[in-house]
Design a protein around this ligand. Sequence first.
Ligand code: NAP
Length: 456
Amino acid sequence: MSDSGDARLRVAIVGSGPAGSYAAGHLLRHTANELHVDLYERLPTPWGLVRAGVAPDHPKIKSVTNLYERTAEHPRLRLFANVEFGRHVTLADLRRHYHAIIYAVGTPMDRAMGIPGEDLAGSYAATEFVGWYNGHPDFRDHSFDLSGERAVVIGAGNVALDVARMLVLTRAELAVTDIADHALEVLANSGVREVVVIARRGPAQAAFTNPELRELGELSDADVSVVAEELALGEAVADPGADPTALRNVEILREYAMRLPQGRSRVVSLRFLLSPLELTGSGGAVESVTLARNALELTADGSLRARATGERLELGAQAVFRAIGYRGTPLVDVPFDAERELIANVKGRVRRGEYVVGWAKRGPSGVIGTNKKDANETVDALLEDLAAGLLLHPEPIGDAALEQFVRERQPQLVDYGDWLTIDGRERALGEPAGRPRVKLTRVAELLAAIGWGGDD
Ligand code: NAP
């Protein structure tokens, strides 16, 4: 028997992070009543990296979820969370029931440095650390030994700065955030006194942005330090016509280089023109990092590359975090560009009826808002294809029957109402301590908040 909506145009979006949410918003704004969107999400919680990636001490950035909530409340959108693509629903299922599928799955894997000693205990991927302090269920049981005095962060992007900052925030600074409780305890009791951030190129080539760099100079109990000679070395070949972010970064770093230590209990040191060569340690745990001193070299395409000079440095360290970028991972039956480590696509088109947005489309770059323009481009391509009759031809199915089908595959489907219940529970847990929320960090705990026993 059919129910209402047999003739609907249906779009499935896989992933409810910024890219998926912006894609849903644009799609709903630019279509009329016949087009309906189902937003699939692997976890019982929506918003992807806004919940599990943005640092806990950046609540303003997280407030973008207000916008995503408005999209999720749209009458033509349903959230199907706790439903995993490739496990509960397959590509064949979605192609049978939807006119189009949009992948918004991000680039969840970490990049490896590919150097000896990388697998020693105490060597960590920033992706794991970020997932852990943000209470992502996949990382909740990871452990980080922060008993040593010095931690090294490899990479000069915003993730590296997030990691560095989280390692030096005080208990009081952390305690007012939505950091996972397990991480709050470990970080508040950490023995780390110095965090050294290692950039392989010069200050003008660093990937971090101005507000994030400025924040390092405003920490309540950590000084910031920059080696003036390294700044000078990098600046000697810096392009004065470089982009304004780079020029401003250099100005901020110059000011840091002139600062005298203020006697705060911790320090963040920013080092330039150094590449990791090897991690070493007896007894299976990291004890030091060997670094190569680099010079900058102009390449044929006009960019500046790091070239080893032959000089080496040894830095004692008990924890090493690599924050050198993310990479995508293939989805079953979906074309993958192995070289770029992304879903194969041309401006968001994957193949007939399949599209991609966000980091899975263009790689792990840009801030959250960058995904809006990116999602719009893909959705506009989809709408163009719709007008040209170039989408899929699924079997007609009603709204209730389709939901029933998904619920048969995953009886513990979390819909938007269920998420609001979880959200309310987390906020209520945070309230007595003046925190935005206390995150539930296990799938079973999240489901228990909506009255379900059992696991995932
Ligand atoms: P990213 O911005 O691409 O930075 C990666 C850094 O790692 C670069 O400095 C890069 O140096 C370095 N690197 C790469 N391979 C290396 C290697 N083998 N050895 C040493 N260094 C290496 O990536 P991200 O920090 O992961 O950030 C991802 C995106 O999220 C960025 O667009 C970022 O702005 C954004 N984000 C934003 C915020 C925020 O707005 N607050 C917070 C977190 C993340 P080269 O330049 O020399 O390759």
